[in-house]
Design a protein around this ligand. Sequence first.
Ligand SMILES: [Zn+2]
Length: 217
Amino acid sequence: MKAVIFGAPGAGKGTYASRLQSRLNVDVIAMGDIFREMLKEDSELGRKVKSYVEKGMLVPDYIVNEVLKQRIAKVPPSKGFILDGYPRTVEQADTLDSITGIDVVILLMVPDWIIIERLSSRRICRNCGTVYNIRFLKPRVEDVCDKCGGELYQRSDDTPEVIKNRLQVYEAQTQPILQKFREKNIPFVVAVCDKLEMPPENVVEQIVRDLERLKLA
Ligand SMILES: [Zn+2]
């Protein structure tokens, strides 16, 4: 299965992707994580990425695309993948199409009020970027990352007004990309999470059932 996952910031995309990873035995290709890793390693591509990030500039598409191409090539043929954080533009959607075919789009639908409620309780690891939630996804030790022992912090822009604005920007950017996939007749699996306390397992099972129906799981 070659899937792309979409969900608004705060929809829990990372959480669902990593649960689907173990449930379906697929790779998760999270562009954000890949770049974080690259900043630490001393490779030619890594140094290029670093030079942009250090200047506070966006990493140009030709580098992002190259990184993606290299990562997709590493996926074992027996395994599929879930792509997270790409494509972010219509141009990237076209590039993806030229790199590899996509079997399914997984779309998370979460109402704004739930995202706002969740984000205000979100904590992030300063070191590895793992996301926690002090209500639903607590670390074992308060304010300490389970994975690397790093310090957890709250983003200063996790306020309702800023979040609402971010959601609007996301919608405007994402709709044309989704439209591209629809035009190519790629099936959508839509997972709806409309309750604040909905366990992630329920959402994951919804997705798996639909993937099975499409013979992708
Ligand atoms: Zn960490």
